[in-house]
Design a protein around this ligand. Sequence first.
Ligand SMILES: NC(=O)c1ccc[n+]([C@@H]2O[C@H](COP(=O)([O-])OP(=O)(O)OC[C@H]3O[C@@H](n4cnc5c(N)ncnc54)[C@H](OP(=O)(O)O)[C@@H]3O)[C@@H](O)[C@H]2O)c1
Length: 154
Amino acid sequence: MITIIVAADQNNLIGKKGTDNGMPWHNSEDFKHFRSTTLNHTLLMGKTTYQAIGKPLPKRHTIVLSHNFEDDRVEVVDDLVGTIKAFKERGEDLFISGGASVYKQALPYCDQILLSRIPGDYTGETYFPDFSEYNYRLVEEKPFETFTLEIYQK
Ligand SMILES: NC(=O)c1ccc[n+]([C@@H]2O[C@H](COP(=O)([O-])OP(=O)(O)OC[C@H]3O[C@@H](n4cnc5c(N)ncnc54)[C@H](OP(=O)(O)O)[C@@H]3O)[C@@H](O)[C@H]2O)c1
């Protein structure tokens, strides 16, 4: 399954420049959810997101999308659609982990969106793209203590 995993506030804000990891908030419960969901799987993320995190996340294979980047701790690719198709053909799980530009390009090819809805109205400059045209349906809302997990499937 190809899954978009994202955390967004009530206005779909996802990113803020200048914070220690690029996120507009600190939500440890959501980090735990991200970790347990993606552990031992592969993450695909844009170069800006990877650089905001600063290092590969432990116990996960990290693929970074870039036209011009080298880091021997991760796999670097410049073909988003080809990478997604290869995972689909092998029946392997892939977690699309942002940022906005990668979500936007990946939305037509994914099966599922796991959106952690962080309550409140934060400041930042990067937003999750509108996905109303891609036929994702909200199939479940799972309440956590500090956020609600919205699960959308095609
Ligand atoms: N709240 C969340 O769940 C969440 C999750 C992830 C990220 N974020 C936030 O989102 C923000 C970053 O988003 P962003 O849109 O600015 O950047 P991004 O998508 O993380 O990275 C953009 C870069 O990725 C590379 N790239 C993108 N598409 C490509 C393609 N098709 N082929 C080759 N390279 C490609 C390009 O690198 P080159 O210029 O090197 O070619 C591009 O400059 C940060 O604030 C981050 O913290 C939030």
